[in-house]
Design a protein around this ligand. Structure first.
Ligand SMILES: CC(C)(COP(=O)(O)OP(=O)(O)OC[C@H]1O[C@@H](n2cnc3c(N)ncnc32)[C@H](O)[C@@H]1OP(=O)(O)O)[C@@H](O)C(=O)NCCC(=O)NCCS
Length: 173
């Protein structure tokens, strides 16, 4: 029987560079696929977003990617229990996982989870301060994917979700 490798053994996660072949990447979302092919490198060069890819070690194929950027969130969008522990600044520092996608043939094997955990670990490792981790879900299934990790929707925008840093930190201790 063929042994199934855990994502951490099967994939290398690295910043997107020119040699990564993006032409065959297909997540089922044209918008995300187009972004990876046409825009991601430029965003990386201009420091608009950091783009990380999951490269299968044996084939060199690209099976997933995500983007990370700094962001802010208005204090009054946060729920009271979180907001009341924060200073009364109008906006609060955050990181944003703007995009996340896994190649369709590789979905359902924990790679999305692996990428999300890597994004959180990198963000925690940064010396730049942030209080909340933001994600943008492109549709309701994506929203449910994030909710399965405990992300909460903002009241004014259900496809914009967050998880407080305080909730994430213990996962990486
Ligand atoms: C959403 C996506 C990134 C998930 O990646 P994946 O590698 O298939 O996810 P995983 O295998 O790590 O699944 C993790 C858990 O989320 C669940 N899940 C995955 N996709 C889901 C969805 N669309 N809705 C609800 N739950 C979902 C899985 O069932 C799994 O739960 P389990 O561990 O209890 O079985 C992937 O399906 C994808 O690229 N979709 C197209 C693009 C997209 O929607 N991106 C989302 C950000 S905009």
């Amino acid at each position: 029987m063929k042994k199934t490798l855990a994502p951490g053994e099967r994939y290398r996660l690295e910043p997107l560079v020119a040699r990564h072949d993006r032409r065959l990447f297909c997540s089922g979302s044209d918008e995300l696929d187009r972004y990876l092919r046409n825009q991601a490198s430029q965003d990386g060069r201009r420091r608009v977003a950091s783009v990380f890819v999951a490269v299968e070690k044996t084939s060199g194929e690209l099976h997933g990617f995500y983007t990370l950027s700094m962001a802010t969130v208005l204090l009054d969008r946060l729920p009271e229990p979180l907001a009341h522990r924060l200073p009364l600044y109008p906006s609060i520092p955050a990181v944003r996982l703007g995009r996340l996608a896994v190649h369709k043939d590789a979905q359902g094997h924990g790679i999305g989870t692996f990428l999300l955990m890597d994004a959180m670990a990198r963000s925690l490792g940064s010396e730049v301060a942030w209080v909340v981790f933001l994600v943008d879900a492109k549709d309701d299934p994506a929203r449910m994917f994030y909710q399965s990790f405990g992300f909460q929707s903002f009241q004014d925008e259900s496809r914009s979700l967050f998880l407080p840093r305080k909730t994430i930190e213990p996962l990486f201790r």
